[in-house]
Ligand binder design. Sequence first.
Ligand code: 26Q
Length: 849
Amino acid sequence: MANISLEQQADSLLRTIKHFLITRLGVVIEKASLEDFYYAFCIALREEIMINWTATQATIEQKKARTVNYISMEFLPGRFLSNNIINMGDSELVQRVLAKTGRTLPELISYEPDPGLGNGGLGRLASCLMDSLATLNYPAFGYGLRYQYGIFDQEIWNGVQIERPDCWLLNENPWQYRRDAKAANVYFGGRVIHATNSHGDDITHLEDHEIVRALPYEVPIIGYPSSHYSVLTLKLWSTKESPRNFELQRFNSGQLGQAGENTSLTDVLYPNDNHEIGKRIRLKQEFLLVSASLQNIIHRHFRIHKDIGSFADKVRIQTNDTHPALVIPELVRLLMHDYDVSWKDAWEITRTVCSYTNHTILKEALEEWNEHRISHLLPRQFLIIQKLNGEFLKEVSNKYPGNVEKLQQMSIIEGGQVRMANLSIVGCHKVNGVSALHSSILKNSLFRDFSEFYPGKFINVTNGVTQRRWLLNANPMLSEFLTKRLGKGWITNLTELRKLKSYAQDPETQKEFLEIKRKNKERLIDCLTKENPIRDSHGKIIGNSHSLGPDALFDVQIKRIHEYKRQFMNLLHLIMVFQELKEDQSSRKIKRMVLMGGKAAPGYETAKRIIQLASALSRKINSDPDVNQKLCFNFIESYNVSKAQIIIPAADLSEQISTAGMEASGTGNMKFAMNGALTIGTDDGANVEMREEVTDTWWPFLFGASTEELVELRKKGSYNPKEIYNHNPKIRKAMDFLKDHLAQNENEAHSFRSLHALLLEGFYGDNPDPFFVLKDLEDYYNTQKKVEELYITQSKWAEYAIHNMAGMGKFSTDESIHNYAKLVWEITPCPIDPEIYKTVLDEYSAILK
Ligand code: 26Q
């Protein structure tokens, strides 16, 4: 719509809004509530989006492009409205329209619920990747589940985490389109009837099975503007709205719960992060996603290509961790059963098409399913897994005759369990880790046998984040600052940030940087004062985040609560600082505002105790006049993407303190650094590459044992945390305080004694301090002192921060996507064809004439 003036466009958009207010909601603009206005405003914007969406999809079809299908049990897109406006290039237009209506953009933006369809890093990565796929015009589709309830809302009551349902679908959502015509049937259970196909290979039919109907909702994913912005499709399956999923016969026989099992399959996201749970409904969810998505992919293929012969050439499927690993047996089955492909070819096609990203090396997070569970629920897929495994093990024993141990280690099915990682490795042509360190651990340690068996299969694709959401959208002032110096290129080419280096010593630049940081801190303080006051155990407000003001060092750790992420170490350090200030208020030269946020999996006891500890400490610190002039500590409730967008731009210090070797990559680390925070961190995950990019000179707060050191220490079994307790008086004092002086009730006393014992005694015969908290605490403490030293000289701090920003060029998902495109998918961009765009636009405009 380039030829008409902005003013005319604004009038036109306002007319559309008024039109929808009347035709959809039955109100005139003066009478419209915020809710009405938000909805009409979004569906008015959708008109333009639909043109690009139609043109993008028509182009992909016409060019017969190879497409990639990103299948993930989780997506954490964050709020859509503000991002869509930016990516559509409509910021100015929207400002004009709103000025005419007396509404503000912030009120509209904050009205929108934040879709929490994921747990943390893995889900957020999926959304950053979709943003980059759209911006770079790659032909791609996302597939996920439309959970009625996303990750729970977290409330802290008397220090304890309470989970509340996340009702993000209370009001009609303008960013999703229900597509009844594209629903798919998914089969569970039943008895297998054997048959053969034309190649003489076994195929299977089912009897007495149940059918679940999956209905897709499509969400447009908008790329940042080039000449015409691409719009990709994220398809989210739901079983909720299909009345046929309700089993009346079960209801009539009094089995109420079972009658509704399938209508409620997609009701809830399992709130476990980096932890496996093995529940039957989770398996049903995973297969629902896999089967419905594959049907959709195959259906789309046939609309364009007419035969299955080109499938291996035209389709790529990326599985986000092993959660969708059942694509492997299900694709083999569909090819053989529905398209009469031979076993050998079906297997070959599957392996060519599929690839797998691993996100964790934690044993407890590696997915396994009991073989009976799978064979009951998915009898045909289980037969295929067994057959695959048989053939695979034959190959292994050919290569390593008589090596039983190898066979056991590599087998897909072992000890009655189906190991989904092994299935994924065997069934995919590429397996990638998400940082250089993580990928090398996969290759040389966790999956060593496999990497020897399949040379070239294991690769690295380092994670990134989209700078469109995490700078342009979350930090408008810093974006301005960058654009002023570098031009707009960084928005689609983050390596441009490198040029910032030459400004690092410039006093003007430093001053401006510090002013922006200060304003972002003020914005955060305002938010926290309103939404997250500090309370005592009776819920009474006892403190506020504005008490220290924006001069304080903002020291932030926000991520899921997990032992390996070591929030516990951060809290022990906090106790140490508290105790020093208690003795001598001048022992610390700077003010420190410590913020922590994150959800604990509801069944993860230790994580919940860590939250209890955080709350108790916040109470203690903030109510103590000897301390609260220098130190403030606030636990941020219900941390999510929207909150991250406000917290991250305000941070000075980013806590990335996981036990070395355990954080696959981390992506918060990147968001903080590109927003001008310095990292205090171990050499873990992507921290390593960030340090290399920034160079050691400008990466001053590295601490802790290395991955190799810890491997050695575990091997020798010589780690004894009690020694540290005995020899370091500060640490001993902090541990004693934890056990004896903090609790305010019996429940807390029990929790804190448990945490104490976890580090010094070990639980249930396990080793004490399995994540080496005490081992690294002393170094952490000393490094935190260095932080304070540097912070005193603000201009120096700014110089470091600017060097850190300058080093973040590599950590855009744009770069990750280019790597996937080149190393894994071998796909090329497919921007909207201008001819097609014109045809769509003409056809659309003709109606309006
Ligand atoms: C598995 C089985 C059953 C139920 C739940 C799960 C499950 C769910 C989520 C297992 C793991 C997850 C999430 C893992 C995750 O978020 N990993 C993080 O991925 C990020 C993106 O690659 C990395 O940056 C983080 O380092 C990694 O922890």
